[in-house]
Design a protein around this ligand. Structure first.
Ligand SMILES: *[C@@H]1O[C@H](CO)[C@@H](O)[C@H](O)[C@H]1NC(C)=O
Ligand SMILES: *[C@@H]1O[C@H](CO)[C@@H](O)[C@H](O)[C@H]1NC(C)=O
Ligand SMILES: *[C@@H]1O[C@H](CO)[C@@H](O)[C@H](O)[C@H]1NC(C)=O
Length: 468
């Protein structure tokens, strides 16, 4: 909130004195003085407001509610059991004891929910009051803008934005091919929301590297399932997928279907290496241990088939994603899902470290589909994901912000380097990032936290080409 103020120099009198040696200048302004103190106070209040309302706070309630949602049916079940068993013997007494404990815990949760809700109510009332005050005071300050500097700046900004839009619109767009990958049912990728889910899950803080999400093409009956792969050995390797029957069970950490083991050893041939894995059509796709290959693990048959990537593919932590200070170990291969299936992002020696994108055709065994080369250096990127047939890449801006800066449309070959879409992070490093076409969510695994964001698409009319 910056105000540029120019005091009009309404009157400048030069008073000639009698002495020829010295002269006195007198500045007199008919305008009131600009209240710098008020502006400073305003700025402080505004940053207070920003500090008080954090994304962590908004997900706290949701987690509590989900917890309650799970505990109540359990209580009901226990009460039913008690009713059945209540023949006055020891089992009845035992069940009663369990239920008493259950009720005490639920009461504690309700109390916590109540106090959290009360706190939010107060916070939100306070904040909206403060915002109203800020607005009024800003309007008063605007009165000082006698030269209409601020107003004109705002008008200029609007004009500049229109001009930019105009310029972008005039880009010679390559006519869209008939490729179905180039059309997106949701419109154009515009922005991402704040965090929608933020949870430490079942093993808070235990495994810094991993990935989680939803199967975009689930088997019948598994539509609401979530999966989680944590790199449980040396932060690099894993040998199982953990399944949850719903988002709330993932948040409260109750894994009902449990683990599906790839192999009893970890690591060994064809187990998981590196965090950027995805689940698609009931199979897990990942970088196979110690190989330049994509592994496909069929969760039903528990068998692994492999897909060898082109000669020269960098692996074993030689072609990683990086931020400004460090590279993320064993992120050579980034598997991705979108509306059109499974993709893999990697780099090769012959591409001098630039990102390469290949379609993975999900047969048995999977095969390598078309391949595209990009002009962005993989180490200059912190992660990638696919959405609606377009590749997006992110870079690290600060510990709180990641930027989706780059896009590549394989249907047209068009690259963009200036997307400027920002992600609010809940932990500094995003080790895996993937798009879920079922609900248009981005799932991020960041230093043991699971965070999701909603992708906001801009509806466009059917005749307008998508040229992101
Ligand atoms: C919630 O908290 C308020 C104030 O602490 C209290 O007056 C109210 O009875 C509580 N409600 C429940 C349902 O516990
Ligand atoms: C994008 O979304 C974020 C978070 O919801 C919001 O703060 C920001 O203003 C949005 N940006 C645009 C250009 O709409
Ligand atoms: C997994 O194996 C089953 C049984 O052979 C098969 O029906 C299914 O299509 C396989 N899934 C994938 C993704 O290959």
């Amino acid at each position: 909130m910056k105000l540029v103020v120019i005091l009009p120099l309404c009157a400048l009198f030069i008073a000639q004195t009698t002495s020829s040696e010295s002269c006195v200048c007198e500045l007199s302004s008919s305008e009131p003085l600009f209240p710098h103190d008020t502006l400073k106070t305003l700025q402080d209040s505004a940053s207070d407001c920003n500090g008080n309302i954090t994304p962590q706070k908004s997900t706290e309630m949701e987690s509590l509610l989900l917890g309650l949602e799970r505990r109540l049916p359990q209580l009901e079940e226990d009460v039913l059991t008690l009713e059945k068993e209540n023949d006055g013997d020891m089992y009845g007494a035992l069940s009663l004891h369990v239920i008493k404990n259950e009720i005490v815990e639920i009461m504690q949760m309700i109390d916590k929910l109540n106090s959290t809700a009360m706190r939010y109510k107060t916070l939100s009332a306070d904040t909206s009051e403060k915002l109203q005050e800020l607005k009024t005071e800003m309007q008063e300050l605007e009165a000082f803008d006698t030269l209409q500097v601020v107003k004109r700046q705002q008008a200029n900004q609007r004009l500049k934005r229109d001009l930019d839009q105009c310029k972008n619109g005039l880009h010679p767009t390559i006519p869209p091919t008939k490729d179905p990958q180039s059309s997106c049912p949701h419109g154009r990728f515009m922005n991402v929301s704040g965090p929608r889910v933020y949870t430490a899950g079942e093993y808070p803080g235990s495994y810094k590297f991993g990935a989680w999400g939803r199967d975009p093409k689930p088997e019948p009956g598994k539509e609401s399932w979530y999966w989680l792969v944590m790199l449980t050995s040396s932060n690099v390797f894993s040998n199982y997928v953990r399944l949850y029957s719903s988002q709330s069970s993932l948040i409260v950490g109750v894994s009902v279907p449990g683990n599906i083991l790839i192999h009893t050893s970890n690591p060994t041939t064809n187990t998981v290496q590196g965090p950027n894995v995805v689940l698609y059509g009931g199979a897990l796709y990942y970088n196979c241990y110690n190989q330049d290959s994509v592994c496909q693990f069929n969760l039903t048959t528990k068998t692994v088939t492999t897909l060898k990537l082109p000669k020269g593919t960098r692996y074993n932590s030689k072609g990683n994603f990086c931020n400004v200070d460090e590279c993320y170990p064993y992120t050579d291969l980034d598997l991705a899902t979108d509306e059109s299936g499974v993709w893999v992002v990697y780099t090769t020696t012959q591409d001098f470290g630039n990102m390469v994108l290949s379609k993975v055709e999900e047969g048995q065994p999977p095969t390598l589909g078309q391949t595209w080369r990009t002009s962005v250096y993989k180490q200059g990127v912190s992660n990638t994901f696919m959405a609606c047939g377009i590749l997006y890449a992110t870079r690290y801006v600060s510990k709180d912000v990641e930027e989706i800066f780059y896009s590549f449309n394989p249907a047209t070959g068009r690259e963009r380097f200036n997307l400027g879409i920002f992600i609010n992070k809940m932990a500094p490093k995003i080790y895996s990032l993937n798009y879920s076409p079922v609900d248009q969510m981005l799932h991020a695994y960041c230093e043991s936290y699971m965070v999701s964001y909603k992708v906001q698409f801009e509806p466009i009319d059917n005749f307008y080409p998508v040229f992101v």
